[in-house]
Design a protein around this ligand. Sequence first.
Ligand code: KG4
Ligand code: ZN
Length: 339
Amino acid sequence: MNVLGIETSCDECSAAVVRDGHEILSNVIATQIELHKPYQGVVPELASRLHTEWIGQVVSAAIMQAGLEKKDIDAVAVTNRPGLLGSLLVGVNFAKSFASALDIPLIGIDHIRAHLYASQIENPLEYPYLGVLVSGGHTVICKVNGYDDVDVLGTTIDDAIGEAFDKVAKFYDLGYPGGVVIDRLSKSGDDMAFLFPGPTLDRGEHPYDMSYSGLKTGVINQLDKFRNGDAEATKENIAASFQRAAVGILMKRVKLALKDTGLKRVSAGGGVAANSLLRSELKELEKGGYTVTFPSLKLCTDNGAMIAGLGYRYLVDGFRDNELLNASARVQAFKKSYP
Ligand code: KG4
Ligand code: ZN
């Protein structure tokens, strides 16, 4: 079954064709980074306008690069929540018209679950596993029981981890998008130059919840307070010290959740799962007998292949959406609420 996956929830206009849920025939990602760069953040109106201009070409390119024609597409999967409403609507409306014109099934996909599923396309991992979703909009530690069955254990209570990377980079004018630049600068910085507030743990009611706003404020407003001796405030030192603290906050919860749940498998997803420090710290867990997977770099950030891959799972289990499919900016109940 050839599934076309469409993703327009934020600033990547992407379409992919995935065969039988695992063979990625194409994965076209048209990024709007250059357009948003002057504003150092995504401007929603500009994003949706560009998706409208690009979506037709991006889908055509995905089908062509897969070596197929429209008639070879068996179903369409599209991100319909959560994300920027205007941007989501472009993808959803395109997908509806495409499915209706070709008379093929349509399925709406939850972006968060697609990130959590992305690693399954290339490295299938047995359920249940501990899911670590780290992106620009979300930070979630969860127990993934199945592709449609996720128990949330902890989330950020304020900023998402990727948002903290982006805001720190914006403040220090490091470049855009922030996560990638901080990751690169960190490699030549001293990660102990600033001892930023680290992973304090609340062992109360919400032990796996995290906060990133304190760290962000510390890095932006209180450099001197956290300076280690006479360390220099270079871009590299700030980036490395911030990254160590940001990854530390997450890893502390991940380790605690693994211990408490007894889960032996871990998988990460989302843009920040591309971070080299996070990847190496997660990989370290293998020494303790855990199995760790994450998506290849191209499947970490937003892409159509993860939508098509997860769409395939729903389709073979008989889920279908119809022309009433709508977009929603909000995070919704995790399970699909109909048969
Ligand atoms: O998953 P994604 O493409 O979009 C959302 O669903 O939010 O994630 C984008 C986020 C941005 O905050 C970006 O700065 C971050 O992922 N990111 C990284 C890296 N690459 C992308 N953060 C840290 N290190 C990276 N290498
Ligand atoms: Zn995303």
